[in-house]
Write a protein that binds this ligand. Structure first.
Ligand SMILES: O=C[C@H](O)COP(=O)(O)O
Length: 253
């Protein structure tokens, strides 16, 4: 099984109804390769999920940006995996660094969420990545390995998991990791999966890069052998997201 290129658009906490309608129009009008070449998943805030799901072209899918760690109940402000399934949302992003750092989500909590979401039938984009301090201390691989281990300890079937490597220092900063820097971590992560999960999971699991990806830098990043796509923040709200989707053709050229 090959690793199909994957482009995720994480809209984060952005958008009004009117703005969301405009983004969907832009996406629907974009010329992109077929679903044989690229899998596209956009992730609006919860409140816009039904609107986006009902108006988005059928070859693009929708993801939530988070979900609760178990079934619903007295958890004010949370949204459960069951609710996403009920709405027909196939994907969820879990463990984004903004939640790990601002909301103190631990590796274990993220691992529990990934396992629970998978058990309910959701597909998961699981995010990992080091801070600038950790990179400068030389602990990048150790950090992403620990984050991945907390998932691997709880997940047996990796079929519906995509990993997004997002160095925190590159998120929203305009400071993209160089293709070589990203490739190095992706390759180490794949080796980690090979040594700690299985050769099959290492070969088949898509590892996305995220952090200041844009229309200008996507092709060079996409050309790296262990970069299987992107999780895009800021640029996913703009027309250049279509160019980023089209960088998938670098893999088939
Ligand atoms: O989830 C997406 C990442 O946080 C990247 O965000 P960015 O493309 O705005 O740097």
């Amino acid at each position: 099984m090959g690793r199909k290129f994957f482009v995720g658009g994480n809209w984060k906490c952005n958008g009004t109804t009117e703005e969301v309608k405009k983004i969907v129009e832009m996406l629907n009008a974009g010329k992109t390769p077929s679903t044989d070449v690229v899998e596209v998943v956009v992730s609006p805030p919860y409140v816009f999920l039904p609107l986006v799901k009902s108006s988005l072209r059928s070859d693009f899918q929708v993801a939530a940006q988070n979900c609760w760690v178990k079934n619903g109940g007295a958890f004010t402000g949370e949204v459960s995996a069951e609710m996403l399934v009920d709405l027909g949302i196939p994907w969820v992003i879990i463990g984004h660094s903004e939640r790990r750092l601002l909301l103190n989500e631990s590796n274990e909590f993220v691992g529990d969420k990934v396992a629970y979401a998978l058990s309910k039938g959701l597909k998961v984009i699981a995010c990992v990545g080091e801070t600038l301090e950790q990179r400068e201390a030389g602990s990048t691989i150790e950090v992403v390995a620990a984050q991945t281990k907390a998932i691997a300890d709880r997940v047996k079937d990796w079929t519906n998991v995509v990993i997004a490597y997002e160095p925190v220092w590159a998120i929203g900063t305009g400071k993209v990791a160089t293709p070589d820097q990203a490739q190095e971590v992706h390759s180490e992560l794949r080796k980690w999966l090979q040594n700690n999960v299985s050769a099959e999971v290492a070969a088949n699991t898509r590892i996305l890069y995220g952090g200041s990806v844009n229309g200008a830098n996507c092709k060079e990043l996409a050309a790296k052998p262990d970069i299987d796509g992107f999780l895009v923040g800021g640029a996913s709200l703009k027309p250049e997201f279509i160019d980023i989707i089209n960088s998938a053709t670098v893999k088939t050229a």
